[in-house]
Write a protein that binds this ligand. Structure first.
Ligand code: GLU
Length: 342
């Protein structure tokens, strides 16, 4: 056999093996052992990473111990795989935003979310006032502060208490248990809420806030102060992976046909001005919070949640980002194919 034919044959065989491996990893059910190995490996690999800083513009967040680190997978068939810290309650912060966006979709419909808040990423920091001035939709999308404050204002409610109860009930239902506000976090943030107050007032000025601004601000700040642990967060994500039904309680929270739109917003805006970088390297819709939590969703399959307080410049948890990227790569579940760039 001529050498180039041999090369061709070898190349052909290699590509068959590669394709079969890809099919095997992509289509085969991931076994419990593989899930557990993936969370264990990600935990071990990044637990000693010593980069980033706790958020300090909400003073109490500087007190969260920086060494705590948890990685949890929750599957759509109701299984949990845990490595590291899964009991410590941290404030949900911005990870709450897609879940309140889901509440708007469920109560007001996806069209209202798009028309009254918007669905475009800003490419700017999460608390940008400039974005409100730059873009016609003003609030831009429900995952930045402006859009999230607009979202709580958009809920139809007779009183502040009713507005809060709707938000709180929904997030608790996503977690599958009654969650509480961490009052010290609420106090610490509300006493320093000048930037978000400016956002609420600007939105009101442009006719893009639908309740009293201070009421929306208080309900939004309480929403961000809800305490969750890594396990709760994984279950919340698994509810989106399970087409809007909490796999642990069987409670339906969002119509299955609205889940893709919500995941699309998470994919384009979940990491704020680092969303492009995140999709490039992890390929999964996700949401981060300055309390140190991140949740990523593998649609139709499972969710990965992490908790670690030290953040990078964009406000995203350093260990958490790395752990989720690593798991997505190991299990080959990036939406556009297995990502290889960590
Ligand atoms: N409550 C925080 C704020 O409004 C949330 C920010 C975040 O988690 O990204 O600034």
């Amino acid at each position: 056999m001529k050498s180039h034919s041999l090369h061709k044959l070898l190349g052909f065989t290699v590509s068959i093996v590669i394709s079969l491996t890809a099919v095997a990893v992509g289509a085969r059910d991931i076994t419990p052992e593989q899930y557990q190995a993936a969370v264990d490996e990600a935990f071990e690999k990044y637990k000693d990473v010593d980069e980033g800083n706790n958020a300090d513009y909400i003073p109490i967040l500087t007190k969260t111990p920086g060494d705590l680190f948890g990685v949890v997978i929750a599957t759509r068939d109701g299984k949990l795989y845990i490595a590291g810290e899964d009991k410590y309650e941290f404030s949900i912060q911005s990870v709450s935003k897609p879940f309140t966006a889901s509440l708007i979709m469920a109560r007001n419909g996806p069209r209202e979310l798009r028309e009254k808040i918007g669905v475009e990423p800003t490419g700017l920091p999460f608390n940008s006032r400039l974005a409100i001035e730059l873009y016609d939709s003003r609030s831009q999308n429900p995952l930045v502060n402006a859009g999230a404050i607009a979202a709580v204002s958009l809920l139809e409610a007779e009183s502040e208490e009713e507005r809060w109860n709707l938000v709180h009930r929904n997030i608790s239902d996503y977690a599958g248990r009654e969650l509480s506000v961490i009052e010290e976090v609420y106090k610490s943030e509300y006493e320093n809420v000048w930037g978000n107050r400016a956002i609420a007032n600007l939105l009101k000025n442009y006719g893009r806030l639908y309740s009293d601004p201070e009421e929306a601000l208080r309900v939004y700040t309480r929403q961000c102060s809800i305490g969750i642990n890594t396990r709760d967060l994984a279950i919340m994500g698994a509810t989106l992976a399970n087409e809007g039904v909490n796999p642990f309680t069987s409670k339906k929270l969002l119509d299955r046909e609205d889940v893709p739109e919500l995941l699309a917003i998470m994919a384009t805006a979940g990491f704020y001005d680092e969303s492009g970088e995140w999709m490039y390297s992890a390929g999964l819709p996700a949401k981060t919070g300055v309390g140190g939590g991140i949740v990523a969703v593998v649609p139709g399959k499972f969710a990965i949640a992490t908790f670690s307080a030290p953040l990078n410049e964009a406000g995203n948890s350093v260990r958490g980002m790395r752990a989720i990227r690593h798991i997505a790569g190991t299990l080959g579940v990036g939406l556009y194919g297995p990502n290889t760039e960590e």
